[in-house]
Write a protein that binds this ligand. Sequence first.
Ligand SMILES: Cc1cc2nc3c(=O)[nH]c(=O)nc-3n(C[C@H](O)[C@H](O)[C@H](O)COP(=O)(O)OP(=O)(O)OC[C@H]3O[C@@H](n4cnc5c(N)ncnc54)[C@H](O)[C@@H]3O)c2cc1C
Length: 536
Amino acid sequence: MERHEVIVVGGGIAGLTATAYLAREGFDVLLMEKNERCGGLINTFVKEGFRFEGGVRALESAGIILPMLKDLGIALETLENPVSVGIADHVIQVRSQANLHDYEVLLKSCYPESVEDVDRVIATIKRIMKDMQVLYGVSNPLFNDFRSDMAYFVKVYIPWFFKFLITLLNISRMRGPVEEFLDGIVRQRALRDIISQHFFKGTPTFFAMSYFYLYTDYFYPKGGVGQIAASVQDKILTSGGQIKTATEITTVNAAEKWISDSSGNRYAYENLIWAADLKTLYRITETAGLPPEVAGEIQTHRQKLLVAHGADSVLTLYAAVDTPPETFRELSNGHFFYTPSKQGLGEIHRSELKTLLENWATVTKADVLAWLDRFCQLTTYEISIPVLKEPAAAPEGKTGLIISTLFEYELVKRVYESGWYDEFRQEVEQRMIDVLTASIYPMLRENLLFKFSTTPLTIEKMVASSEGAIVGWSFEAPIPVTSSMLKINDTVKTPIPHVTQAGQWAYSPTGVPTAILTGRLAPDKLIRERKARARK
Ligand SMILES: Cc1cc2nc3c(=O)[nH]c(=O)nc-3n(C[C@H](O)[C@H](O)[C@H](O)COP(=O)(O)OP(=O)(O)OC[C@H]3O[C@@H](n4cnc5c(N)ncnc54)[C@H](O)[C@@H]3O)c2cc1C
């Protein structure tokens, strides 16, 4: 049986990070990924000359991503990723925090009867921006070797740390769902919806209201977001780490410390880092042969995790358009949060959707399409236009668009089981094109070269993510993992002997920066032990 000091399962950014740090320290490490390529929810692909993102559209460094690359000695060229926000025919640019004033004007012009409520929202965002400046004010200490710069440690890091503790206290006071927070300060339902409907259900208030700050932190790797995964992968290979792709792990034998893949091949490990879906880990872990108290603890964890739910998912329309980028640049920046209507989604994606799903046995195709009509008109779209970030991202004079909206996994799954999934996708694509042609992009339908779409089921299949989730666990309680920044060091531990966990399922709330952070933390104990042994 093949044998390794450490095996990492899951070649997303968390698994890549863990493997890169282990390889740098000289460990015999093997990364195993089920797909042909590593990257997971960070992936860029090209179709007929148009570059598209299959996962996250741009990155926020959050004091983590760029410091991690620097720490690993990876040179990644980055480009600007300015954001625009639009409601109906009003569009603003968000290039710096000063643009918060434009956001205030935008909201007040759309909702003139709610001026005081808008003031309260803006005051909250301003307060949170100050906390964000502290939170992301220094490079995360995990990616910064202070021993080489003690002056920085004393002059910058120690004073920062005290401010950081106060910020954590502020954050802990704003952990409730953003919908409830807005209920308390904004009377008009439409305004509340417009501010919050592109966040996941139950998003912690601090996380949601910090987004205006995060917009100004976004960057775009030259060559596409996938370049970040590719560059970490290269680093692993040049540091002596091994990567095995197209290999899905289907069994973990915890007592004998081996895993096996879908072809039945076994791989023995001394330590295992699980950087993929956690429900899968607990479903495939065999506990026979373990002491009863250990097996019991694993069973308790299994029960807690298997009833928990993944976060919201997305539906994405990819469109290639025979219209020059300049036309789109006149309308927005290359990363655009656009809501065609001021009306807000109201109960369409809440109680109405719930009723639809609860009565599925009697619901007709026409009922679903009528719901879809209103959803597509009123939802918020995240539109990414790679060619506006980098001219090489599309053929000369043409533009590729990535248009997505949060979308309910369960609805798509029911449609699939009812046998009209392909038809449903065509219907959604058509509606999204109609709505955007009638609002922000009048040329869209006429100039369309080709289109295709992906759904929550695509995400589920692509990265084996429970409920097609794109950011780990749902915020709707109970969240089965740590969500306290102060306890993040413990979040990588599991009750399975010699197994740690990393990635978007290991901590909440998450995203690329915390996937990287947990990827760095998961092998930390092993790395520290090895360094300590070397010093003796
Ligand atoms: C449309 C979209 C927008 C997003 N926007 C943002 C954003 O603005 N900001 C942000 O921070 N984050 C965003 N995210 C989320 C972010 O991309 C993810 O949270 C992050 O990339 C997760 O990384 P990961 O390594 O934890 O997991 P993944 O990327 O899911 O990697 C897990 C890997 O494990 C592999 N795997 C699964 N099961 C097995 C198995 N049994 N055997 C072997 N391999 C297996 C999978 O194929 C996958 O490659 C977005 C995601 C999407 C899709």
